[in-house]
Design a protein. Structure first.
Length: 183
């Protein structure tokens, strides 16, 4: 059983909250081993901010919405790196949810931007699934949503890489600024 980061999206925002509640029930009945789960919203103000609207951590660990893996994912999305890499460019915003575009997202960050458009909400779930059918049944058949699964290790590596790029970019920017202003 492999730990996964699962991104769930719906056409209607209310369904994300309903999905959140239904996934909690899967956890309560031991049909899904949830480590963390959040309802994530993409702002509709044009500033491309993502926020955690609701959060569930049944492990009782000290991980919070900002310190856990979900908080780190959202942190990368709201960082200057997201804009620098052009993730919020015209080709990514407003993408449809067809299979071709799902497969063209290079990482979880691009996938979230592609699938949770401005003003929309979705779910991010950290879980281990012995069987993916219970979650698929609720999300796809009952609520009409879509699911994309990433391996946890893959997401951790993407977060680490984003942090490294952001640190390098920040240091380079600082050096360029100092070089121009110390002459």
């Amino acid at each position: 059983m492999e730990k996964r980061v699962i991104v769930v999206t719906f056409d209607e925002n209310a369904l994300a909250y309903q999905g959140f509640s239904e996934v909690k029930k899967l956890y309560a009945t031991k049909r899904l081993k949830v480590e963390q789960m959040a309802v994530v919203k993409h702002s509709e103000t044009g500033d491309h901010k993502f926020s955690i609207e609701d959060f569930f951590d049944p492990t009782g660990s000290s991980a919070t919405t900002t310190g856990g893996i979900i908080g780190m994912i959202v942190g990368v999305l709201v960082s200057p790196l997201a804009i620098l890499l052009g993730w919020f460019g015209g080709s990514l915003i407003g993408a449809s949810k067809d299979a071709k575009e799902l497969s063209t997202a290079k990482n979880i960050f691009e996938h979230l931007i592609n699938q949770i458009n401005e003003g929309q909400t979705g779910l991010i779930i950290i879980a281990e699934e012995e069987d993916n059918r219970p979650l698929n049944e609720i999300v796809m058949q009952e609520l009409g949503g879509s699911i994309h699964r990433f391996t946890f290790a893959e997401v951790e590596a993407e977060i680490q890489h984003a942090k490294e790029v952001e640190a390098e970019t920040s240091e380079s920017t600082k050096q360029n600024w100092l070089a121009r202003h110390t002459k």
